[in-house]
Write a protein that binds this ligand. Structure first.
Ligand code: GDP
Length: 435
């Protein structure tokens, strides 16, 4: 059985925690897209960790953790990350890397920096991890697959060909040092030696695993609104964040994905540029940012303060729909316990008309939030294990949101650790009423 864990919003919804929790019962956890540009925060008995490339199943001895072909693989970053967890007493996890995954090259990271500098105020707010140049090259068919590291002839020829093209841009557009092909080749030899123990024909491995009835989890990065097709283009990431892409980025048939857990945070946060309709500012935002997540809403990779906002039903309904949600995991609800009243964005006003359908970017820029205020519950809800034991206003908040997004909230997360989870029977689950 294959399940996906994906984000409904702009990322940072708490997918790491949910994946880590579901991984208790999984055999295989796969990252299928993105790269080291975003982080997943996990709190467990070994401590607090920010993972960037490793799947969130690495803390268990029974799991196999796979970096799928859809990932932007930064080999030295992966090695550093493995060391960073084993240095903190986590046993060496079982890791496999797809032989079809492509490699983030040193020049991808540089091009990302140079381009953001060139764009200045018009930049995309990239984390400068090389992700956009990496995916551009992948689709321009000048990327390097892991398998190619093991064929010296292909490698030499390709390094020469790619350097010729890149050096024109480095010289004439960015006025920066050129690629030295000998140096690049020797870096790739180092990469080859580092990655060799992990390389695997992942698609075949998964074919056998599915036939053997294994539990497989696909772990997404970022969320629907950062998807290059269905998100807030162009302020998006460069690989698809949707569960559907899990089939491609891992290498398994789409019909095997039976359950889609869409993680949705009880308020909103976003990083980088782009329209963010329910955004709040000033003291109101500072307080939510300070209290948010586990120790504040600051980027796990960059430490950047995240932009903050109230829950957005329009974006989240759309976010869940595009994922194909079977279950909503509603996270970080405990954080809202300080508020007397909680605004929720229930509609967008665009050119004088109110809509609940998420629009294309040009219209989104004009959207103004329509807020409804719900009463707060004014108490700590961490430690509560049963839905019925949540304060009435807290349950009203959950039910109000479920009604507006139209997807069943079956898991409620009320703290950062694995145990902080409440299972809920949703009236929407039986007949799956979808909007
Ligand atoms: P991801 O990229 O979707 O995995 O999200 P992040 O790693 O940015 O996770 C969001 C933050 O919220 C992390 O610091 C988590 O430890 C924390 N977190 C996750 N679930 C909860 C929760 O239910 N309550 C609280 N207070 N923090 C949570």
């Amino acid at each position: 059985m294959v399940k996906a864990v994906v984000g409904a919003n702009w990322g940072d919804e708490g997918k790491g925690k949910i994946t880590d929790m579901l991984a208790q019962k999984a055999d295989i956890i796969i990252r299928f897209q993105g790269g080291a540009n975003a982080g997943h925060t996990i709190v467990n008995n070994y401590g607090k960790f920010a993972l960037h490339t490793l799947p969130s199943g690495v803390f268990y001895g029974h799991t196999t953790n796979i970096i799928g072909n859809g990932v932007a693989l930064n080999i030295p970053v992966l090695m550093k990350e493995i060391k960073s967890i084993t240095d903190r007493n986590v046993p060496m996890p079982k890791i496999l890397v797809s032989d079809r995954a492509q490699i983030v090259m040193p020049y991808h990271v540089l091009f990302d920096q140079y381009e953001e500098e060139r764009l200045g105020g018009k930049s995309f707010g990239s984390t400068k991890s090389g992700i956009a140049p990496f995916y551009s090259d992948k689709y321009a068919k000048i990327g390097f697959q892991v398998s190619e590291l093991f064929d010296e002839e292909i490698l030499k020829d390709k390094v020469k060909r790619v350097a010729e093209q890149k050096n024109v841009i480095l010289e004439h557009l960015y006025h920066m040092p050129l690629i030295d092909t000998d140096e690049l080749l020797s870096t790739l030899h180092e990469y080859r030696d580092m990655i060799e123990p992990y390389v695997c024909d992942v698609a075949t491995y998964l074919y056998d695993a599915i036939n053997a009835g294994k539990e497989i989890l696909l772990e997404g990065q970022l969320g629907t609104l950062k998807d290059p097709d269905h998100g807030i283009y162009p302020m998006v990431t460069s690989s698809s964040t949707l569960a559907a892409y899990g089939a491609i980025g891992a290498g398994l048939p789409p019909y095997e994905i039976k359950e889609i857990y869409t993680v949705c945070k009880a308020y909103s946060s976003a990083v980088g540029a782009g329209a963010f309709v329910s955004e709040i500012f000033g003291d109101e935002a500072d307080e939510l940012r300070r209290r948010g997540g586990d120790g504040g809403e600051y980027g796990a990779t960059t430490g950047r303060p995240r932009r903050m906002g109230w829950f957005d039903c329009v974006a989240s309904k759309y976010g869940c729909r595009m994922q194909g949600t079977t279950d909503v995991c509603f996270t970080v609800l405990d954080v809202l316990g300080y508020l007397d009243e909680i605004p929720v964005c229930t509609g967008y006003e665009i050119d004088g008309e109110v809509t609940t359908q998420f629009p294309v970017t040009s219209k989104l820029e004009k959207a103004k939030p329509v807020f409804e205020k719900l009463p707060g519950w004014k108490c700590e809800i961490r430690g509560i294990k049963k839905y019925e034991d949540l304060p009435e206003n807290c349950r009203r908040y959950v039910e109000f949101i479920e009604e507006h997004i139209g997807y069943p909230i079956t898991h409620i997360s009320n703290g950062p650790s694995r145990e902080d989870i409440i299972y809920r029977e949703s009236p929407l689950k039986k007949n799956n009423i979808l909007n």
